[in-house]
Design a protein around this ligand. Structure first.
Ligand SMILES: Cc1ncc(COP(=O)(O)O)c(C=O)c1O
Length: 426
């Protein structure tokens, strides 16, 4: 049985006060809070085990290596993958860059195209812009409609600047033989739009079976059950810190046969087979992509986070968030009807736990600051998705994002305090 009050007991930070008020944390889209089990796992690691991995034959190094291997197995199991297909990186951003540099350098050439969407976080946009610019390839962008959903068909528009040709349209007119990779988010970090991943994958692979698909799971893996063995995708990236784990550790999952054929992205210790003064051979997966000492304590923390999420149950987490989202969206629609706020994004049915909004006539940063004075933490700005935010005709939005520890009482409190915002300027 999912009991949010019991869950909240596991998160020590939720007991803190901000400006004399109970903390209401609505910024899990940026980073999630950490349960005691994760904090304790990291603490215990440094107190009892700390040693470098893969290097020593002594007990603590062996234990450290085992902890990293166990996490790899747990993460693999969590997303329906094989453990050698799990590459530990620093975050989702680094995982995407790894694919762009390693796979992209070898496989994207002049005249080719990479497809992304306007929903993307900068981290799933800029690496592809840079790759396409360097290679003389086209960047194609699936546009969004006014509800923030991906367009099936849309008249083509072309922009060319700084040596990069960008073609904007809908799915149906962007997919042809020039396309080498399609990279899109499972859930928008700004609007909460849940993209129909399975439907998109089927459509792309039916039309272009050789095209690779990368899914940005940064806002998806923390919130719902994801099984790569069923999705038909080629790469999945996500960050530990958005799924109750610590900062500093992320994941790249790739199909073994694809990762095996890719060159390493970083070179150095731990990723080699044999080294001579004139060169080296590469280790097997996953070591080939994990040069240097990783964030061992971070990986241990991520392992504890995955165990925690599994113990609560991803289905329970998803349905709790959906309930909170639906409740919050209804209340926010009430404020919209009163002319107090402007809302962005789709209806609750196709939206994860994110509500971007603006209070009419008030800058997003001012709203966020006023809400902070009541202990409410929300993000404001462009949310690392400037092209998306500005396409709604605004320079910034306030964004409230929810996770397993948020409650309806917290939503009521925020609604109450949003009403206070215009009064500050009256
Ligand atoms: C959808 C999405 N993709 C990628 C990222 C990048 O994550 P990180 O900064 O952990 O690399 C974020 C972070 O907010 C995100 O929301």
């Amino acid at each position: 049985m999912f009991d949010v009050n019991k869950i909240r007991e596991d998160f020590p930070i939720l007991k803190r006060k901000v400006h004399g008020h109970n903390l209401v944390y609505f910024d899990s889209g940026a980073t999630s809070q950490k349960p005691e089990a994760v904090i304790e796992a990291i603490n215990k690691y440094y107190r009892e085990t700390n040693a470098n991995i893969h290097r020593g034959v002594y007990e603590m190094s062996v234990e450290s290596t085992r902890l990293v291997d166990e996490t790899r197995t747990n993460v693999a199991e969590f997303i329906g993958a094989r453990s050698e297909e799990i590459i530990f990186t620093r975050n989702a951003t680094e995982s995407i860059n790894l694919v762009a540099y390693s796979w992209g350098e070898e496989n994207v050439h002049e005249g080719d195209a990479v497809v992304i969407t306007k929903l993307e976080h900068h981290s799933n946009m800029i690496p592809w812009q840079e790759l396409c610019r360097k290679k003389g390839a086209q960047l194609r962008v699936v546009d969004v409609n006014e509800k923030g959903q991906l367009e099936k068909t849309k008249k083509i528009e072309t922009v060319e600047e700084n040596g990069l040709k960008v073609v904007i349209g809908g799915w149906s007119n962007l997919l042809d033989k020039k396309v080498k990779l399609v990279a899109f988010t499972g859930q928008s970090n700004v609007l909460g739009t849940e993209t129909p991943v399975e439907e998109i994958v089927k459509m792309v692979k039916r039309k272009l079976p050789a095209v690779l698909i990368l899914v940005d799971g940064a806002q998806m893996v923390p919130h719902m059950k994801v099984d790569v063995s069923k999705l038909g995708i080629d790469f999945l990236v996500f960050s530990g810190h958005k799924m109750l784990g610590p900062t500093g550790v992320g994941v790249l999952w790739g199909k073994k046969e694809i990762l095996s054929g890719m060159k390493p992205f970083l070179f150095g210790g731990d990723m080699i087979g044999e080294v001579k003064l004139t060169g080296a051979t590469w280790a097997e997966l996953p070591a080939k992509f994990e040069a240097g000492t990783p964030d061992i304590a971070g990986i241990v923390g991520l392992g504890a986070a995955v165990k925690y999420l599994k113990s609560v149950g991803m289905e329970n987490i998803h349905s709790h968030e959906k309930e909170i989202l639906k409740y919050a969206l209804e209340k926010m629609r009430g404020l919209e009807k009163e002319g107090l706020v402007i809302l962005y994004g789709p209806e609750a049915e196709t939206r994860g736990g994110a509500i971007p909004f603006n209070v009419v006539g008030v800058h997003a940063h001012d709203t966020a600051q006023i809400l902070d004075s009541f202990g409410i933490a929300v993000r404001s700005g462009q949310h690392c998705a400037a092209p998306l935010v500005t396409s709604f005709g605004v320079t910034a939005m306030v964004r409230a994002t929810f996770y397993l520890y948020n409650t309806k009482e917290e939503i009521d409190y925020m609604i109450d305090k949003i009403r206070e915002v215009p009064k500050v300027f009256a």
